[in-house]
Design a protein around this ligand. Structure first.
Ligand code: SD4
Length: 347
């Protein structure tokens, strides 16, 4: 608590930028003045900055959640977007979705060779009568909309990882490499950028973002390269409305990360929003959703999987919960206040 208080004081003195690589261990639910943006994992710090540029001038949350995650899709330091790990055939396929304050949704699944799937998802929402476009059809639509076809090429890091993976060709999602640092967080210690790999890249292939703007309107986005070395054609939770993302402007919004198959089976983000409608706080709504996944899998199996959820309600209160330690999220509500917070966890 002391650490957090110290940080907040320093943040108000305009030193928030100094803390971009630090994580704070105290509580993970809060309320802040609107506007506000929250997003998953360490890469959320940079993404929030992109979103904040829109929110701070009174812009729309919908624009903010697109611009914010575009920062991550573009970053070479991150596994989100075309720099991400490929499927088993060595091809990167991208999933993304976006929802606005009117309850409209757009989504692309298994999209190849397009740098900003989130912007294609936005075009699906705005320019088509549909919600989901898949594979070749999604790519054809993107090209018709003026997006450019990028080369079919893995990033250096992804090519290395894929080569390593081919040795055994086993599908074992690495969900919990932050465990050690997570234990430090539990003891209230500050650790630097726990989700970074030794080469400086981020471990995670997904970013989810929720925002509330100065008018009190909510929107959300989610974009991913999906689980590394997935079967060709596999789609996770991230682009699925009600699983990876759900926004109801009357109540709140939720976004998820982690093992998508488990998230899809309980329609997590729809569940979280409905729980908030019944009066649950954002954190407790996320906790209940985690509890259902743990109950479904049993405690033993749950130790081998990770899911993490973020929620934001109409009042600007936010919260998070995950199965095991290691999930972090970034919260930004001013130029100088963009902090990384360790989520509470069940196991
Ligand atoms: C998926 N939920 O494709 C994504 C993976 C993820 O950090 O969130 N990774 O299942």
């Amino acid at each position: 608590m002391l650490q957090r208080r110290k940080f907040l004081q320093m943040g108000s003195l305009g030193m928030g930028g100094l803390f971009a690589n630090k994580i704070f261990a105290s509580g993970n639910s809060g309320i802040a003045k609107k506007p506000l943006v929250i997003s998953t994992w360490d890469a959320g710090i940079a993404a929030n900055k992109g979103a904040w540029e829109i929110l701070k001038t009174g812009g729309r949350a919908f624009d903010a959640v697109e611009k914010g995650v575009m920062v991550t899709e573009e970053s070479i330091n991150c596994c989100v977007g075309l720099g991400g790990n490929p499927d088993r055939e060595g091809i990167v396929t991208l999933d993304a979705c976006i929802m606005d304050e009117y309850g409209n949704a757009g989504s692309v699944l298994a999209l190849e060779r397009i740098k900003h799937p989130i912007s294609v998802a936005r075009r699906v929402l705005e320019k088509t009568p549909h919600v989901y476009l898949v594979g070749d059809g999604a790519q054809m639509f993107a090209l018709q909309q003026g997006f450019t076809l990028e080369p079919q090429k893995l990033s250096d890091e992804a090519a290395k990882e894929y080569k390593k993976w081919l040795d055994k060709s086993e599908y074992k999602p690495q969900i919990n490499i932050e465990q050690k640092q997570g234990n430090l967080q539990d003891k209230g210690q500050i650790v630097a950028a726990p989700n970074r790999l030794s080469n400086g890249a981020f471990n995670h292939d997904t970013i989810g973002m929720l925002a509330i703007d100065a008018n009190g309107n909510l929107s959300g986005s989610c974009t991913t390269s999906g689980m590394a070395f997935k079967m060709r054609g596999r789609v996770g939770d991230s682009p699925i409305i009600g699983a990876g993302l759900f926004v109801d402007n009357e109540v709140g919004a939720a976004v998820s990360t982690g093992l998508g198959e488990e998230v899809i089976k309980v329609c997590v983000t729809h569940l979280v929003v409905e729980l908030m409608r019944q009066g649950y706080s954002p954190e407790n709504a996320c906790k209940e959703a985690v509890r259902r996944i743990v109950k479904h899998n049993g405690e033993k199996k749950s130790k081998e999987i990770q899911v993490g959820f973020l929620a934001l309600n109409k009042k600007g209160e936010y919260g998070a919960y995950c199965i095991q330690s290691g999930f972090s999220f970034a919260v930004c509500n001013s130029d100088s206040h963009n902090e990384l917070i360790a989520s509470k966890h069940m196991i």
